[in-house]
Design a protein around this ligand. Sequence first.
Ligand SMILES: [Zn+2]
Length: 208
Amino acid sequence: MKPDAIDIKILEVLMDDGRASFRQIAQRTSLTTPTVSSRIARMTKAGLIKKFIPILSGDSVNRGVTTLLTLKAGSASVQKLAEDLAKMREVEAVYMTTGQSITLKATLDSVQSLQSFLAQNVLKKKGVEVTSNQIITSTVKEEPPSLLPNTLVMNLKCDDCGGDVTSSRPYTISAGPSRYYFCCKTCRKEYLAEHGKRLAKISHKLDA
Ligand SMILES: [Zn+2]
């Protein structure tokens, strides 16, 4: 399922100001507040919006040494190594790249710390070698993923069968603050048969 024009409008406002209220977004997009709130809930549920966080300015924080490291590992261990590295606080980004390589971005307080980080976490591992280690001297551009509508995907799962919800206007049930999504009419019906009573308690607005 892909975000539609309404989702994109909302995302555009959020990408500019992640703290904009539902009401402010509604005003800026000429949508209603309930539309804004249900669309944001849907995009969050589908994993398109991961979280809202402050973006610290790299220049205003004395961040020590930031490096881009490229590692080569045997094909069996490359995925595991990437996952292990991704868990570390010092590691800001991990990319799997062509040729069984991993490129990562790590920040440490000094060159010495960087060396011991490498010694402990990378060089000790069998079959892993550092093919490039480049310390960043200045950041010219660093932005979160940009909003290219055709590249966005939402993985909204049917609350009944767990299958993909592919329609841009999915079957839904609203109960109180929650909204449930379904891939088809049948799933919605099944879900209502099983959970209808519970949902009706949550909301009287439920239309079956
Ligand atoms: Zn389904």
